[in-house]
Design a protein around this ligand. Structure first.
Ligand SMILES: Cc1ncc(COP(=O)(O)O)c(C=O)c1O
Length: 362
């Protein structure tokens, strides 16, 4: 669509154009509701249908077994850092895999409710990789093991789950959620802030195994109690109904237009390959941050020969219609976030731009 840039922002991030068009079509009048989705009760029949469909599509896409709940919680992934610790840590100790900035933030919040014991830390290596299971030092009595499947800032990703020897596994999948199939049975809980791969900002999708609810202590604030969230089907308070509606449209797009998570995973590998190939064949002009076997298919982090050149590269890219390539303020450099909704054409355009820029400067 004219005027829309290729948006490489880490989040809020690009959404599928067909989803935005559908939302535009239905903005004034949601079929059968006589009003916009934003204007109808969260307890109305029309919204009940939207919520049910969103959950059903997510269940079908990920193959979520019946003993798991699909929940929508306010406050994004950051509130999940707190909420999961309030619900499942309660003065005990949990193991945190310290793989980067987001894992550190998750552990920082958990420490307020018990012990967040580092099971591994990549800090001394500047967070260039994810650990192998054999490197983890795990406490068999831990309340849970927490890991971050994709470190959005460093651009590193786990491609297999850490082995925990039966300790419940909890995953912050904010930046690679629904980008590929997952063996859900290996997880006790998966959560993801919506604004990267599945919708607008402000909510988190949570997949929670039913037996975990037995661990929830009495007396938590109602809105932060997973039992209350489950009992009220994510409608204890008024949720961001519009966000849930868009998440539903994204799930529908993944099922009906893309053809499922195997398909999107294949597309995502090809898209990332286009950009990593340029980095790998640049003779060191572009330097990827992550170790090759751990590099993220969602957030590609790289440096140029110096900071002045990085600044110029980012400015020229924006002028060429490639927006949002500035790395996170804590690490600098460049970052191309290429979530599910980034079209192949966007990655091709960036790869071409990178080659041209190197030709001029290299
Ligand atoms: C991996 C990861 N975890 C957590 C967060 C925090 O999410 P939110 O801003 O939705 O609280 C983000 C990004 O914002 C993230 O990339």
């Amino acid at each position: 669509m004219e005027g829309r840039m290729f948006n490489f922002s880490a989040g809020p991030a690009v959404l599928p154009l067909p989803v935005l068009k559908k939302a535009q079509e239905e903005l004034l009048l949601y079929p059968g509701a006589g009003a916009s989705v934003m204007e109808i009760s969260h307890r109305s029949k029309a919204f009940a249908g939207i919520l049910e469909r969103a959950k059903a599509d997510m269940k079908a896409l990920l193959g979520i077994p019946d003993n798991y709940h699909v929940l929508f919680c306010p406050g994004g992934a950051t509130l999940q850092f707190t909420m999961l610790a309030m619900n499942f840590l309660g003065g005990k100790s949990a193991d945190y895999i310290m793989s980067g900035s987001w894992a550190s933030k998750a552990a920082g919040e958990a420490k307020k409710f018990g012990t967040a014991r580092p099971a591994w830390s990549g800090k001394d290596e500047n967070y260039v990789r994810m650990p192998k299971s054999s490197e983890l030092s795990l406490d068999p009595d831990a309340a849970y093991v927490h890991f971050t499947s994709n470190e959005t800032i460093q651009g590193t990703e786990f491609f297999t789950e850490p082995e925990t020897g039966g300790v419940p596994l909890i995953c912050d999948a904010s930046s690679d959620f629904m980008s590929r199939p997952l063996p859900i049975e290996k997880y006790a809980m998966i959560y993801a802030g919506a604004q990267k791969n599945i919708g607008p900002s402000g909510m988190a999708a949570v997949i929670l195994r039913n037996d975990l609810l037995e661990r929830v202590p009495q007396g938590l604030p109602s809105i932060l109690d997973y039992k209350v969230v489950v009992e009220n089907d994510s409608l204890y308070n008024t949720p961001s109904t519009f966000t849930i509606y868009i998440i539903g449209l994204v799930a529908q797009w993944l099922r009906e237009e893309i053809g499922g998570l195997d398909k999107i995973a294949e597309i995502n590998r090809a898209k990332a390959g286009l950009i990593y190939d340029v980095i790998d064949n640049s003779g060191g002009f572009y330097r990827g941050h992550a170790q090759t076997d751990c590099r993220s298919l969602m957030n590609i982090t790289f440096r140029l020969p110096d900071e002045a050149m990085e600044k110029e590269f980012i400015a020229q890219a924006t002028a060429a219609g490639l927006d949002g390539l500035k790395g996170h303020r804590s690490v600098g450099g460049c970052r191309a976030s290429i979530y599910n909704a980034m079209p192949v054409a966007g990655c091709q355009a960036l790869a071409e731009f990178m080659k041209e820029y190197q030709k001029k400067k290299g």
